[in-house]
Design a protein around this ligand. Structure first.
Ligand code: NDP
Length: 258
């Protein structure tokens, strides 16, 4: 076996939720560069179209679907559209997410809580179920969930986010156990602190203290870039990881081991 071809994604169809954003865009482009056809999903049409152009420049078939993942009735038609236009889904990345920095449960509202859980957890279950139904028919599939440092640690500022990301770790393991006999691997990536729109507020003067703490605690001494997730993403999406399932790989510059 050629070690490079292990990472080849030619003839694979990948869906990346939140594929118009920081980490999702990098993963989508990384998959396309490795040969995959890619569907991205996001709510903002302008961002969708921008990333779709970048994907098409790489020469692979690609589509962008405008969809709010918290609207459950839209999920099955979206998956069907991907399969109609690109073919059966081989790779699903559950990446879309929002955060509610409420300041803790004393400040958290039910609406804020629900919005985070719906996008970061419930949609992951729903979309994974749809993808797995298709993957089991072919006995092949890769599901990649995006966890967080808050899959491991508590957050006094964003408890809904931490609750969802902790659940992602357990859901990843549970789906891995269930789906392994069907030839489907389910893994997660836990990014450390990555420079994207989601973390932009931390790089303003208002949250300078938090910013400095992050840099101090991260042994690499810097923010991660979205493209630094591509290697792990392609590994988990490809045959290189066929005997890897139920794990969460940290890409965090050492944050979690300090
Ligand atoms: P961005 O804000 O850059 O991207 C978030 C993406 O999610 C966007 O594409 C957004 O698209 C999409 N999205 C959000 N809500 C919905 C929804 N209801 N329906 C459809 N799409 C939605 O953030 P990141 O790239 O940083 O985050 C990606 C993932 O990585 C998230 O799960 C996040 O929790 C996780 N993560 C990020 C870390 C970081 O440091 N940046 C660290 C650890 C984990 P649109 O706006 O068009 O809806």
């Amino acid at each position: 076996m050629n070690s490079i071809s292990l990472f080849d994604l030619s003839r694979r169809v990948a869906v990346v939720t939140g594929g118009n954003g920081g980490i999702g865009r990098s993963l989508a482009l990384g998959f396309a560069a490795a040969g995959a056809s890619v569907a991205i999903i996001g709510r903002n049409e302008e961002k969708n179209q921008r990333v779709l152009s970048e994907l098409r420049e790489l020469g692979q078939p690609a589509i962008a679907l405008r969809l709010d993942l918290s609207q459950r009735e839209g999920l099955a038609p979206a998956m069907q559209k991907v399969e109609d236009e690109l073919g059966p889904v081989d790779i699903l990345v559950n990446n879309a997410g929002i955060v509610s920095i409420s300041g803790g449960i004393l400040q958290e509202t039910a609406e804020g809580w629900d919005a985070v859980i719906e996008t970061q957890l419930n949609a992951v279950f729903q979309f994974s179920k749809l993808a797995a139904q298709s993957m089991t028919e072919r006995g092949y599939g890769k599901i990649i969930n995006i966890g967080s440092m808050y899959s491991y640690f508590g957050s006094g500022l964003a408890p809904s986010y931490s609750a969802a990301k902790g659940a992602i770790a357990q859901l990843t393991k549970s789906m891995a156990v269930e789906l392994a006999p069907h030839g489907i691997q389910v893994n997660a990536i836990a990014p450390g602190w990555i420079q994207t729109d989601m973390t932009a507020p931390i790089r303003t003067d208002d949250l300078k203290e938090m910013h400095d703490e992050i840099i101090l605690r991260t042994p690499a001494g810097r923010w991660g870039q979205p493209d630094e997730l591509i290697g792990t993403g392609v590994f988990l999406a490809s045959s290189a990881s066929d005997f890897v399932t139920g794990t969460m790989i940290r890409v965090d510059g050492g944050y979690a081991v300090r």
